[in-house]
Design a protein around this ligand. Sequence first.
Ligand SMILES: [Zn+2]
Ligand SMILES: [Zn+2]
Length: 335
Amino acid sequence: MRAAQIARPKGPFEIVEREIPQPAPGWVRIKVQACGVCHSDSLVKEGSWPGLEYPRIPGHEVVGVVDAVGTGVPQWKTGDRVGVGWHGGHCGYCDACRHGDFFGCQVAHRITGISFDGGYAEYMVAPAIAVAAVPVDLTPVEAAPLMCAGITTYNALRNSNARGGDVVAVLGLGGLGHLGVQYAAKMGFRTVGIARGKDKEALAKKLGAHHYIDSQAQDPAAELQKLGGAKVILATVTNGDAMSAVQGGLGLNGTLIVIGAAQSMQVSPLVLIGGARSVKGWYSGTAIDSQDTLKFSLMTGVRSMNEEYPFGKVADAYDRMMSGKARFRVVLTIP
Ligand SMILES: [Zn+2]
Ligand SMILES: [Zn+2]
């Protein structure tokens, strides 16, 4: 098979011939149809994930078809349309797993495209426990970005304390934020898009936002307070100052949910104390969360805006994603 590997930290993408992998007991093999290119793939490319073994095939927004099944896998059969996201498996018996905190598994917490080879290839193998069913009515290109960007925003919002009609703001209108606005609107929240510049307003409204705040021209915290204060602010940006600037827009018992990997941010204890407000992070989710994301997206029409690249142009696709100019997710198609 053809695969795009990184042979060493900061090395280039190399398209190589590899043996088609065989699924071990408890694993399945997937014939890959599409794989999203996510900013976290830079952890492999740049070598910033401690202990990562090279060569490594990145890719954790994978959609394809099961084409071989290892022993001890009752839940999948060849021909099933499936996807794999960031969460690449867990043991099921450690204390974290027994509490249902599979993302904190201490024994076999795997990450797709990091702990094992991912979807920048014609075939990949994945633990059966990490596989999600993909509805046939979603194309591979539509479904792929939902396996990371989609699940992260959808799952953060549905696990928040916001209820229908509450004010929910989404900070940033990029790869994560343009999905977050759509999910928030479809979940029935009074949805506020926050971004830099007047020119993003039309996009925010098109995605379903009821209000738009231009953080360059307006104080986003003051504007949110005019709406009664936000129950949730979903921070999708990677700029800590931008996150700090919105916390004053939280209403009573409001939560700033951080999913953008900023280096640091300032939090005001007085803001937290005075309104029983909180700041928390959110992890993407497991395979069933991906499956729920896809079903909700199909039901409500939520889709990412994608730029498609053929597999052979993987280096261009990666550069485009890293440039920050893609509108909004980059997806590799693999024939
Ligand atoms: Zn990702
Ligand atoms: Zn575990």
